[in-house]
Write a new protein. Structure first.
Length: 203
């Protein structure tokens, strides 16, 4: 899926979930906060924000007419994330966009009432940000950027490429939360074997 299409879908979710429920308040300007994980002068960050705002505009949300954006750029700095999360919550926006895994916990620490829509979060269920992808619960919802069931597909592809492979070794980073969830899925979908042939994978 192209980035613009993805952000368009995100914009639709951001509007439909918390803002549509407040249709009776359409006469006032709605407020959308955004906490970005990049620097303000980062071209990629600017492109993401532009695509997000353009998608909202196509849905009828025009800046300075019926919606206002409050954007903070954390640039990978954890202290800035904490500070900006508190700033955004203090502005009482209708919804906050969390642009990555690194910024989401700070927003959820700052508020459990303002809706938070996240993107680029590796394992929202495993990290405890939502109860499940189908029924997130709480005040957070959004998009996971990886389906761990693909780990099982990788094993299937290995069997297709080399049917004799019956034992697989996984090389992973145990400190990475995504690696933990990925390994757990791979292990659950694999079948133990006494064969000695081994293939090493990295995650």
């Amino acid at each position: 899926m192209r980035r613009r299409e993805f952000l368009g879908g995100l914009a639709g979710t951001a509007v439909a979930w918390p803002l549509a429920s407040r249709a009776q308040q359409r006469e006032r300007v709605q407020r959308i906060g955004a906490l970005m994980n990049l620097a303000e002068n980062d071209p990629e960050g600017q492109a993401r924000v532009a695509a997000f705002q353009q998608a909202l505009q196509q849905l009828g949300w025009i800046e300075n007419r019926n919606v206002r954006f409050d954007i903070r750029w954390g640039a990978g700095n954890q202290e800035r994330y904490r500070q900006y999360a508190a700033e955004l919550v203090a502005l009482s926006p209708d919804v906050i966009l969390a642009a990555a895994t690194s910024v989401l916990p700070w927003l959820l620490q700052a508020t459990r009432t303002i809706p938070v829509v996240f993107t680029q979060v590796t394992d929202p269920v495993g990290a405890g940000y939502v109860k499940s992808l189908a029924r997130p619960g709480g005040n957070a919802t959004g998009f996971a950027n990886f389906d761990f069931n693909l780990s099982g597909k990788w094993l299937e592809l290995l069997k297709e490429v080399s049917p004799g492979v019956t034992r697989v070794a996984v090389v992973r980073n145990p400190s990475a939360s995504s690696g933990i969830a990925q390994f757990a899925t791979s292990k659950a979908l694999s079948r133990p074997s006494r064969a000695s042939r081994t293939v090493a994978l990295s995650s």
